[in-house]
Design a protein around this ligand. Structure first.
Ligand code: ATP
Ligand code: MG
Length: 249
């Protein structure tokens, strides 16, 4: 395995009154593609949010290391600047903020993305074209009135623009029509290839995984990783479902 980019050990976390994750350990090597599967309510999104540092969840045990640094107590903002990106399962709408201004604001915080306005606009337009997005969307309020699929493309646009070292994609493929699905999976491949990024793909849709070169698959049930394997585990789950894990959990 490549050098560990992210290393999670014995992570227990939840909200103030609900423990959700119970001793999760997970290691992602640089440049690898990992898949996280599991039944509804297993804790997959929670894990994504806890890796990102979402303050609505508290860590009660264990640690998260990223690029060799313990980030368990680091704010979400700092984790983002350090190179972690989470694409939300349900992207939020931000009235009053045009998509383009939003992108400019997040880019301005990163020295590597500082560039003259015209060049930045051209870069964003190029990425929008890559995602089959009409550039008119750039002037619309962030996600307001966007369809489910359009919101997912906005998440991918941010990913391609920011080029984080670790991208956690939480059901970015759900609700996409067949054409959008190929566009988004091509964008995932582009991200992997262009910046040797690491992907943690949370999904229920095994079709998208046919297009990705998956290194490792993890199955989460009731807040625990119950099985790990290579890409062949995905087709096994497709055939057999999660029932046998749930009976044992
Ligand atoms: N902020 C919260 N407050 C209360 N309960 C929460 C919160 N976040 C998650 N939960 C609960 O924790 C459990 C795990 O939720 P989570 O969203 O992580 O599941 P999931 O594996 O992503 O499921 P799905 O496949 O349906 O997206 C669920 O029972 C959920 O209701
Ligand atoms: Mg979820």
């Amino acid at each position: 395995m490549a050098d560990a980019l992210l290393s999670i050990q014995g992570l227990a976390a939840g909200t103030e009154d609900k423990p959700i994750l119970h001793g999760v350990s997970l290691t992602l090597g640089a440049g690898e593609t990992h898949v996280l599967m599991g039944p509804n309510g297993a804790g997959k999104s929670t894990l994504g949010h806890v890796i990102m540092g979402d303050p609505q969840y508290q860590v009660s045990a264990g640690s998260i290391r990223f690029k060799g640094q313990d980030i368990t107590e680091l704010s979400a903002d700092k984790r983002s600047l350090a190179g972690i990106y989470l694409s939300y399962q349900a992207p939020v709408e931000v009235p009053g903020v045009p998509l383009f201004s939003f992108l400019r604001t997040i880019a301005d915080k990163r020295p590597e993305l500082k560039m003259p306005g015209r060049k930045f606009r051209a870069r964003v337009a190029e990425l929008a074209a890559q995602l089959d997005m009409d550039t008119a969307y750039l002037n619309r309020e962030l996600n307001v009135g966007f369809s489910g699929g359009e919101k997912k493309k906005v998440e991918m646009l941010q990913l391609l623009l920011l080029q984080p070292s670790l991208a956690i994609l939480d059901e970015t493929d759900s609700g996409l029509d067949v054409d959008a699905l190929s566009t988004v999976s091509r964008a995932m491949e582009a991200y992997r290839a262009e910046c040797d990024g690491t992907l943690l793909v949370i999904t229920h849709n095994t079709r998208i995984l046919e297009r990705l070169n998956v290194d490792r698959t993890h199955v989460m049930v009731k807040g625990r990783i119950v099985e790990e394997g290579d890409a062949s585990l995905i087709s096994r789950i497709d055939e057999q479902g999660f029932e046998r894990y749930e009976r044992e959990a």
